[in-house]
Structures are given as structure tokens and as C-alpha cells.
Design a binder for this molecule. Structure first.
Ligand code: ADP
Length: 184
């Protein structure tokens, strides 16, 4: 299942590269120092240019706590904003990782809503360098978004940009399961 829609709100799953998405907000998989890294973060700063990091250094000298996110402009990216989200580092699942991951997604959706972003693109937070198992992370990512849509009518479209075929397949399966359980 590649998308889910209800009351004119939509969640879509695609395979691709997050930095080229044409959306109002692109979510970065940042670290709590907002210090730059590989993966999504490296790609965003490479393509978006140095102004993004200059801005986050000035506005957020203390970084961003795990389970939260901060907003900046988007440099050369074709988005209005970048939301720098800090997901948890996987430590086996007993250190509050699910709640922190859910909170990071939710904070990004709050930022989208309060900054009038209709469309937002997420990577799969925490599932690269931070080691969160993709199947568990995909369930949390999608269920956080579906729950948010049940509370608020904005944003109107959430795009999950999955880097490879395997990640896309896992997200597809998770979406199918969530939607089936929802309609029971
Ligand atoms: P984290 O540190 O939160 O784990 P990473 O950036 O290392 O963040 O990885 C998060 C996920 O994003 C991984 O599943 C990784 O394969 C994927 N990813 C890496 N680069 C990109 C990109 N340019 N666009 C979309 N997804 C990406």
C-alpha cells in the first residue's frame, strides 16, 4: 500500500532522495548538537548550502533535545523550511526509544501546522546511523502521523521518502497493517 487518505489528508510512501522533494518542509535526521553528519543530514547540508548550518548555529547554540525538532530556512532546497528532528539512538528498546521517536515525529507535525506548511517530507528517522530497527520505526512513524491526522486537519500531505527498496517495502507493509487494524 503506497498511500493512505482520509478527509482530504494523505500519507504517501515513495522511494527516493529527500533533498529533491518539492514540499513546504523537509525533515532532517539531525543529531542533538545539530553538528552535521552523514546520511540525510549530510545530503541536506550539501544540497541546501551553508546558510542552513549558519542559521541553526545562531538560533540554537545548545542544539536540540532528543525527541524534539527545530526549524530553519531551507537554503537552496525547494522547500520553505527544514525541520531538524532528533530521533533516539537505538539502545535495545527499553530506554524510551519508542516514545522519543513518536515525539520527534509529532513535534515536526506541530511545526508544520504552526508554520502553515501543507506538505511535509520525512525520512525514516533514527533508522540509519542511529540503528533503530526499520520495522518497529516504520510502525511508529506511520501511526504517529495517522493519529495526528485524527486530531488536526493540517498538514494536508505527509510524504515518507524512503531511501531504498527494502525500506519502502517495510513501510508499505506497516501501513497496510495499521490501516487494516484501524478498520476492524
Ligand atoms: P539517523 O541518524 O536518524 O539514523 P540517518 O540519516 O543516518 O539518520 O538515516 C535515516 C534514514 O534515512 C536511513 O534509513 C537512511 O537509509 C535514510 N537516508 C539516508 N540518506 C537519505 C536521503 N538522502 N534521502 C532519504 N533517506 C535517506
Amino acid at each position: 500500500m503506497d498511500y493512505w487518505t482520509e478527509n482530504e489528508q494523505k500519507i504517501s510512501l515513495i522511494q527516493g532522495e529527500i533533498t529533491t522533494q518539492v514540499v513546504d518542509a523537509i525533515v532532517n535526521a539531525a543529531n542533538s548538537q545539530l553538528a552535521g553528519g552523514g546520511g540525510v543530514d549530510g545530503a541536506i547540508h550539501r544540497r541546501g548550502g551553508p546558510t542552513i548550518m549558519q542559521e541553526t548555529r545562531e538560533r540554537y547554540p545548545n542544539g536540540c533535545p532528543t525527541g524534539s525538532a527545530v526549524i530553519s530556512s531551507a537554503g537552496h532546497l525547494s522547500a520553505k523550511y527544514v525541520f531538524h528532528a532528533v530521533g533516539p539512538i537505538w539502545q535495545g528498546g527499553q530506554a524510551g526509544e519508542p516514545e522519543l521517536l513518536r515525539a520527534a515525529y509529532r513535534r515536526c507535525l506541530d511545526l508544520a501546522r504552526s508554520n502553515e506548511c501543507r506538505t511535509i517530507a520525512f525520512p525514516s528517522l533514527s533508522t540509519g546511523a542511529y540503528g533503530y530497527p526499520m520495522s518497529e520505526a516504520s510502525r511508529i512513524a506511520l501511526s504517529s502521523c495517522i493519529a495526528y491526522f485524527q486530531e488536526y486537519d493540517s498538514p494536508s500531505e505527509i510524504l515518507f521518502v524512503l531511501f531504498d527498496e527494502m525500506a519502502l517495502e517495510i513501510f508499505r507493509g506497516a501501513l497496510q497493517t495499521l490501516v487494516n487494524n484501524d478498520s476492524d
